[in-house]
Design a protein around this ligand. Structure first.
Ligand code: AMP
Length: 511
């Protein structure tokens, strides 16, 4: 038996001299470096007491070394657990108590605070890089002889390779357990579906503590033997500067919105590009159209989640339809079910999206009750996303199930109202939420961002909507704001909006 994921990736690697990662400051990691350095790091992990099946929690800034640490963890038979760099010590306390990692790797500045926490939960702390205070790299240097002889700890397809805590906008984060085969099968599917080869250079501006930047981007490029240009974070100028050497980019919708505001974005500047992929949050149809008009490229939108890896994608050849997330990927079964009864709904009707396939995770870490709740008896995972399948088979996402508004007993799908508002002149974007209302249970509230310098008025919006939407769908309150609250992956944080506008109908009115 081999280390299922790493061995499979290794078998597909190109020549040792080919580039794997190039950072914005010119550091180059070649495939040969990858194999050698991950062996050294794996030996260092073992020297630090990491056993097969242990969790290695990692809260570090984005770097090539952090990616090598992920692969080394896999080689050592342990479970990689990346943590958002924005988490505070209080938040880390929860993750460490839940996951009980034997090792926590963090940035030097946070070492002291985290060391205390890690010790409380039975682990030790290390840092990456030559910071002079003891680091994994130092340990690895001392063990280079052993590293040369390192053989991967055997792992099977169902052994865990990673635990990712979901961004969950309500309730406590849960650790999604991802097996070697969950990760490998999805990477191989994406290589084929999106036609990645060893000629590809992916412009990588995503964070690496989330499934998008870590698995969708990195595993796919590894499985193709391609290269990545690693930018520390998204910055439109930097992206435009590095774009000429890239063939492809994966981004969240905000990347595309911001790039459209960059004057350098032209047909010529993107003529050499093969593929632009968007995901993690809905891409506005308008952004898709504007991008096409400006560059000649149709952004390929796909849909996935931490628990399932990627589920659907617009086609590589064929119509990439704006406002849809395309077809179920090969090997992924997808159905739409009634939220209450779980019975399948008719074609074109809205329900909860459920998926089954080798991409779907093994359950929530140490949380069998929650796992039971979110799987059907026949193995389908209940995504919590509301959607429908149109007559051509394209999947449409209409929002999170928990964002559904029930006003006066009627279902209001926020996306439908948002699309109607976004079409109006002077509107950039909107978010529609339900907040408590004495008579209706929930009242529809729209939060709208107007174009710079424009004069968009709630009354004008209300008047325009009265002709387009049934009365029960029309927002009873409309607020104009500068911008919508978003998390690092570009998702609109509706929970924050619901809090902010919780009193919209106080004292409750029947308006
Ligand atoms: P995460 O686990 O952080 O990756 O979040 C997964 C959620 O992001 C999904 O359940 C969807 O609600 C949302 N999502 C991902 N991709 C898309 C997309 N292309 N369109 C709409 N929502 C998306």
């Amino acid at each position: 038996m081999t280390s299922h994921l790493f061995s499979a990736l290794r078998a597909r690697m190109p020549d040792a001299g080919r580039t794997f990662i190039e950072t914005a400051d010119g550091e180059v990691i070649r495939y040969g470096d990858l194999v050698r350095e991950t062996a050294r790091l794996a030996v260092a992990l073992v020297a630090l007491g990491v056993q097969p099946g242990d969790r290695v929690a990692v809260q570090v800034e984005k770097s090539a070394e952090a990616i090598l640490l992920y692969l080394a963890t896999i080689r050592a038979g342990a479970i990689f657990l990346p943590l958002n760099t924005a988490y505070t010590l209080a938040e880390l306390d929860y993750f460490l108590s839940d996951a009980e990692p034997s090792l926590v790797v963090c940035d030097p500045a946070k070492r002291d605070g985290i060391a205390e926490l890690a010790a409380r939960h039975g682990g030790v702390v290390e840092t990456l890089g030559a910071d002079g205070r003891g680091s994994l790299t130092d340990k690895a240097a001392a063990v280079s002889d052993e590293a040369a002889r390192f053989t991967d700890v055997p792992r099977g397809p169902d052994d865990l390779g990673a635990i990712l805590y979901t961004s969950g906008t309500t309730g406590r984060s849960k650790g999604a357990m991802l097996s070697h085969d969950n990760l490998l099968s999805n990477a191989l599917t994406l290589v084929d579906y999106w036609r990645f080869t060893d000629k590809d250079v992916l412009l990588h501006a995503l964070p690496i503590f989330h499934t998008h930047g870590l698995f969708v981007a990195t595993n796919t490029l590894l499985a193709a033997g391609g290269a990545m240009i690693f930018l520390p974070k998204f910055d439109a100028d930097q992206v435009m500067r590095h774009l000429p050497r890239a063939t492809s980019m994966m981004g969240v919708p905000t990347f595309y919105v911001r790039l459209l505001q960059h004057e350098g974005l032209t047909r010529e500047a993107t003529a050499h590009m093969r593929l632009f992929v968007s995901g993690s949050a809905p891409l506005l149809a308008e952004t898709h159209r504007e991008w096409h008009a400006r560059t000649g490229h149709a952004i390929l939108e796909r849909y996935g989640m931490t628990e399932t890896n990627m589920n659907t994608s617009n086609p590589y050849d064929g119509d990439r339809v704006a406002g849809t997330v395309g077809f179920p990927l090969p090997g992924v079964e997808l159905r739409v079910a009634d939220q209450q009864t779980a019975a399948p709904v008719g074609q074109g009707e809205i329900g909860i999206i459920e998926v089954r396939g080798p991409n779907v995770f093994k359950g929530y870490w140490r949380n069998p009750e929650k796992t039971m709740e979110e799987f059907r008896a026949d193995g389908f995972f209940i995504t919590g996303d509301l959607g429908k399948i149109d007559e051509r088979g394209y999947v449409h996402i209409v929002g999170r199930g928990k964002d559904l508004i029930i006003s006066g007993g009627f279902n209001v799908y926020p996306k439908e109202v948002e699309e109607a508002i976004d079409d109006l002149p002077g509107v950039v974007e909107s978010a529609v939420i339900g907040v408590p209302h004495r008579d209706f249970g929930e009242g529809v509230v729209a939060v709208v961002v107007g174009k710079a310098g424009g004069l968009v008025e709630p009354a004008t919006i209300a008047a325009a909507l009265s002709e387009r939407l049934a009365k029960f769908k029309q927002p009873k309150r409309i607020y104009i704001v500068q911008e919508l609250p978003r998390n690092t992956m570009g998702k609109v944080q509706k929970n924050i909006l619901r809090q902010r506008f919780a009193d919209a109908f106080q004292p409750a009115t029947a308006s």
